[in-house]
Design a protein around this ligand. Structure first.
Ligand code: ZN
Length: 506
């Protein structure tokens, strides 16, 4: 301890020492407010809840019914409410789902929800955006199909995690607004456990959380699974985040493993070996733990029922897409840092001065060749984790494509760049470098609604891109006609000189 005298401890260290936390060997807790800030929780704006309830399915001692909740303007998520008979108030449990193929209908949601209802709890399982009847274009955030959604949300300074947390907060609002529901807690397995933990940081109402089959948090990009549970700017597991957990938690591991580093004293850790999910043993442990905190009843023996997902569907999920909801007051700014080492290939055809063709089609190539250029088609290999890694490390993936474009232009001594659609973003980034040749752009994308996930790459959603004043400011010209664009490129001084065989005069 004498060595400590050599340090110059800051106020945070002194506070920790004064509280005696440092003596236990635990990490210094992170600022709890950092979770909401990293997720960009406040960037998304909630709308009136306007709940809509569907017909009940009756079981012995309780009913189940679909519930639709408006989370954002014109954007509803579906949920299902398990409600015990009697006036209540019944203690309430919010069920966050993981990636088990479905949301509220998955066995990992229904299993605990039916068991809770039999024991006298109200349970509400809420779909995340893009799941079950919410699986619509412009709303997907999970796995490969959700890459555009995750990148778009990040470009506005928010995240897929924030979108999921808002859905859960809407679920808490609904339960909280019911006179027959009492104190609240949140539970979830796998990805649902991640949401349940983070929900404690953004909403004071749950008295605690049960994290079944939990995964390392925050998520690391290359950890496998679904990237929707990443926290931007928090690129891997951090004991300081766990140490900051504001209320009691029950951690249930399906693997023989020690508790994750950083768990605070309020946390309980149990190993219940089995598959990755919400096992019967985990449900029983959940009920035990909740009864101490919410005053619910004992678990009822016997297998739980399974409700046909068709009876849990709500009538409407609204029509809004994420692109319609994003109006950030202070969007992030992309300061291009083109990665000149990014691997690429070019395929040049025709005679004449070279032009890099990025994202173009046959008509673009033909127009360049007709204007006297050799068109060098650029191909850049994408790494399927690269986009999501960029979101959580906050090194935008578009820099890889901007860098490849710049490097190819330099190596081929190109007199110009001809970009199409999404490649305009990379060309604008490459144009931030000195020595960059002039570029023209076909079909500029200026609104996220114009992006076509089937043909445009998700890296097009550069930070703040859709809210820039003049996004393609460095383009010589933008337009829709390949012949006109090639002619305009041919009229730039450098290209004109090269085309007529003259030396370029500075
Ligand atoms: Zn996901």
């Amino acid at each position: 301890m004498v060595r400590l005298r050599r340090w110059s401890p800051g106020p945070a260290w002194l506070l920790t020492a004064a509280l005696g936390v440092g003596c236990t060997g635990g990490p210094e807790p992170a600022d709890p407010g950092r979770v909401a800030e990293a997720a960009g929780f406040d960037v998304l704006r909630r709308a009136a809840l306007s709940p809509m309830e569907g017909p009940v399915v009756r079981y012995d001692g309780y009913v189940v019914r679909p519930v639709s909740l408006q989370v954002f303007e014109g954007f509803r998520v579906s949920a299902a409410l398990w409600l015990p008979d009697g006036p209540g108030p019944h203690p309430g449990v919010l069920v966050a789902h993981g990636h088990f193929g479905e949301g509220k209908s998955a066995g990992e949601s229904q299993g605990p929800a039916h068991a809770l209802a039999r024991a006298g709890y109200a349970a509400l399982a809420v779909d995340t955006p893009g799941v079950e009847e919410g699986d619509l274009p412009g709303r997907r955030i999970h796995f490969e199909a959700g890459a555009h959604g995750r990148a778009l949300l990040a470009s506005a300074g928010t995240s897929a995690m924030a979108a999921q947390l808002h859905g859960l907060v809407a679920g808490l609002d609904y339960l909280d607004g019911r006179p027959d529901v009492g104190p609240l807690a949140v539970i979830g397995a796998s990805g649902g456990a991640v949401q349940a933990l983070y929900l404690l940081f953004v909403d004071p109402r749950p008295v605690g959380a049960v994290l079944a089959s939990y995964v390392p948090m925050p998520r690391e990009a290359r950890a496998g699974g679904c990237a929707c549970d990443g926290l931007p700017g928090w690129p891997g597991p951090d004991p300081r985040l766990l140490a900051a957990t504001p209320r009691p938690t029950l951690w249930l591991s399906e693997l023989e493993q020690p508790p994750p580093e950083g768990l605070p004293r309020s946390a309980t850790h149990r190993v219940l070996p089995g598959g990755h999910g919400y096992s019967d043993a985990m449900v029983a442990a959940t009920l035990d733990w909740l009864s101490d905190r919410l005053g619910g009843g004992e678990a009822v023996e016997g297998p739980v029922p399974y409700t046909d997902p068709a009876r849990l569907r709500s009538r409407s999920v609204g029509t809004a897409r994420f692109a319609d909801l994003l109006h950030p007051e202070d969007p992030p700014r992309w300061s291009p840092a083109p990665d000149l080492d990014a691997p690429y290939t070019v395929d040049c055809a025709g005679e004449g001065p070279r032009v890099i063709l990025a994202g173009g089609e046959a008509a673009d190539r033909a127009a360049l060749e007709a204007a006297g250029f050799s068109a060098c088609t650029l191909a850049v290999r994408a790494d399927e984790v690269g986009l999501d890694e960029g979101l959580i490390t906050q090194r935008p993936y578009v820099d890889r494509f901007a860098g490849a474009l710049a490097a190819a232009a330099a190596r081929e001594r190109a007199v110009g760049v001809y970009a199409a659609r999404a490649w305009g973003v990379a060309a604008e980034g490459a144009a931030s470098l000195p020595e960059a040749p002039p570029y023209v752009l076909r079909d500029p994308l200026t609104r996220p609604q114009d992006v076509d996930p089937a043909r445009d790459p998700a890296w097009v959603h550069a930070p703040g891109w859709w809210w820039r004043e003049d996004p393609y400011a460095k383009a010589v010209v933008t337009g829709a006609d390949p012949v006109a664009l090639a002619a305009r490129l041919a009229a730039t001084p450098e290209a004109a000189a090269a085309l007529t065989g003259r030396e370029v005069t500075p």
